[in-house]
Design a protein around this ligand. Structure first.
Ligand code: PLP
Length: 436
């Protein structure tokens, strides 16, 4: 095995050059956490990506989720090219935008109305604005460890360490408006009693409960039975909006998102990532009553680039390709994901390592932890992150690219052979970790 300094020398040199001009050497803070250093890439196709040193890597980041069909799917690329050849941006409505909105309305239970946006962060903000506009209330309830984008209104209790229920919200990073904390209540996830108690006291002030339907960003934790349904009932009882952040679950747990998968319909939801297959496309969808402030023009959501031809064409292609043969691609993703997830768990046992591998399959989380199952953020906060970093470094040297915080994504382009190659690499790396 080559020395990483040699193996990724060109990437390293690019990073040094980038750091003299790009703030932190990156365009998104999450890219700053490279296994050795932020990597530079030149090309990607299917399940593989090539870095600046010419290393071919089997990719389980899917660009942090969007590339659900794999990279550069030929039909998607052709469709985007045709759209861009007509025009880049009308800043007016066009046929494909209506077709895509109609498809979302057909597929997603709460999508009586649709509004396109360009990123998940702004779509979350728009949902919160709609909830405030309808209820006339200010505060929102969010959960520890849930990420809804980088904007101030939700930038609290995002990352470990968590605080105890009832503590003041902890800002995610420097520069978050202190005044925003007054409008946020943070609670542990999967704990209906905690939600009930807070809503009993403060329900009249709460405009919305916002949740990832699966806590994807920390531990990939599924809701305990009855939790989402319970949130639905609590919101109904108190007149608050239930907002599902389906940025990761959307088009991964099924074409109707987590809301169809778990059979709980929110009032508002946001979709992104996989919807645009790597093009900046997000959607705010919701019940007509909760989208009404947009229809009346009472609340504003705007964006110069929204609904642009390339992104909408990518969205249409994604939805059509995923729906083809009654969802064959999604079934393949779920099967490959489950095989990989279960295979990693077996390897952990074989090597006598305490691994927790948890999640629905199309995405799942792997962590070094004595806790076999996590149900909330505090469990994840105790994970041995240093060992997972070591695992990621070993896997990268084996030619497998992973997200350093433990989330794995599987695409339609991953084959049975790819899964076998990955498990064989993991076997070697875990063996070395177990040997100390
Ligand atoms: N919500 C969730 C659950 C996410 O994972 C993310 C991004 O990772 C966002 C919202 C923000 O989306 P974007 O990065 O498109 O602004």
């Amino acid at each position: 095995m080559q020395d990483p300094a040699q193996r990724f020398a060109a990437s390293r040199a690019w990073h040094e050059r980038a750091s003299r001009v790009l703030a932190g050497g990156v365009s998104s803070q999450f890219r700053a956490f490279g296994v050795f250093h932020p990597m530079h890439y030149v090309r990607a196709e299917g399940a593989r990506i090539w870095d600046a040193d010419g290393n071919e890597l089997l990719d389980y980041t899917l660009a942090q989720g969007p590339c659900i069909l794999g990279q550069s799917h030929p039909e998607l690329v052709a469709r985007v090219q045709r759209a861009v050849a007509r025009a880049q941006l009308f800043a007016g409505q066009h046929e494909e935008e209506v077709l895509l909105a109609e498809a979302l309305q057909r597929l997603i239970p709460c999508a009586e109305r649709v509004r396109f946006a360009s990123s998940g962060s702004e779509a979350a903000q728009a949902c919160i604005r709609l909830a405030r506009a309808v209820t006339g209330r200010q505060r929102i309830l969010k959960f520890d460890g849930h990420y809804h984008g980088w904007l101030d209104s939700v930038a609290f209790n995002v990352a470990p360490p968590g605080n105890a229920a009832g503590d003041a919200p902890v800002p995610w990073c420097a520069g978050v408006a202190e005044s925003a904390a007054a409008d946020v209540v943070c609670l542990p996830w999967n704990d209906l009693d905690a939600v009930r108690q807070v809503m009993a006291r403060q329900g009249a002030e709460i405009a919305a409960i916002i949740t990832e339907p699966v806590m994807c960003n920390q531990g990939c934790i599924e809701p305990v039975p009855g939790f989402l349904q319970g949130l639905r009932e609590i919101c109904d009882a108190h007149g608050a909006a239930l907002i599902f952040d389906e940025i990761i679950t959307g088009f991964r747990l099924g074409l109707g998102g987590a809301q169809a998968h778990y059979g709980v319909t929110p009032d508002l939801a946001l979709f992104g990532k996989a919807l645009g297959s790597g093009f900046p496309l997000a959607a705010i969808v919701g019940r007509q009553r909760w989208m009404a402030p947009l229809e009346a023009g009472a609340a504003y959501h705007a964006g110069t680039m929204n609904g642009n031809n390339a992104c909408v064409a990518a969205g249409l292609a994604t939805v059509e390709l995923l729906a083809r043969e009654e969802g064959a691609a999604l079934r393949h993703i779920a099967a490959m994901g489950a095989r990989l997830r279960d295979g990693l768990a077996v390897l952990g046992v074989r090597h006598g390592l305490k691994l927790r591998v948890q999640g629905p399959g199309p995405m799942f989380n792997m962590a070094f932890s004595a806790l076999p199952r996590a149900t909330e953020f505090r469990h994840v906060a105790a994970d041995d992150r240093a060992s997972y970093q070591a695992f990621c470094r070993g896997m990268l040297l084996e030619g497998v690219r992973l997200i350093e915080r433990g989330l794995w994504y599987v695409s339609a382009a991953h084959t049975e052979d790819d899964i076998a190659i990955t498990l064989a690499a993991a076997d070697r790396v875990l063996g070395r970790i177990a040997a100390g």
